[in-house]
Design a protein around this ligand. Sequence first.
Ligand code: T5A
Length: 215
Amino acid sequence: MSLQENRVSARFITVEGGEGVGKTTNMGLIQSILESRGLEVCITREPGGTALGEMLRTSLLNPELEPPVAMAELLMIFAARAQHISTVIEPALAAGQWVLCDRFTDATYAYQGFGRGIDLPAIATLEQLVQGKRRPDVTVLLDLDPLVGLERAQKRAELDRFELEEAAFFNRVREGYLSRAKAEPARWIVVDAAKSLEEVSSTLNAQLTRWLDHG
Ligand code: T5A
């Protein structure tokens, strides 16, 4: 594919799911699928992706710092996102790079909306204000029982502030993701992340390839 064609068709792909479902692991697979088609890929994450965003990420995740109240948490996430969109995501898309982002605004609906109980219309207002028309073209949801995901995350590293929440919080987060995927099925690729990594990767590969070939 020529650079000119890339420019016209650069897409924004996000990867979502609860704790330890395999997002980071499968980002590598998605990157290689895209690169095998000659596409340039910009890999990034939220919260984070910029110097300011990574600072805010530390404040959000470190369990030893003063915990933000729910509204402060929401605004910090959207502050990081505003910076990320303006300085990384939009410039990359404009340059013809496909953007592959580990979590985006669906995480805000799931965690701050369904998890913390913040009004979904308030989140939608911030989404509109910060993002304008920008939305992911496709979103991969790795769906998994939160207890299994937390076990996987715990084996890998120390738990962060979100990972110390109670089980009911993660069940609401999962329900939030699934309800968003159900409401807008054309945008979502839902993969059962309880399967082995080989099976997850193979299903994801097949579904993403179908989306890339047929839109
Ligand atoms: N947040 C974020 C909000 O509240 N609102 C928002 O708007 C946004 C954007 C960010 C936190 O911020 C919150 C949500 C989060 O709590 P994060 O680091 O992005 O944190 O998210 P985590 O879920 O904490 O990321 P993790 O790195 O812990 O999980 P991943 O990336 O989903 O999992 P991964 O790939 O690191 O895999 C975990 C372990 O499982 C193994 C892997 O090898 C690894 O050891 N694994 C499997 N094992 C068995 N079978 C499989 N199928 C496996 N797949 C992976």
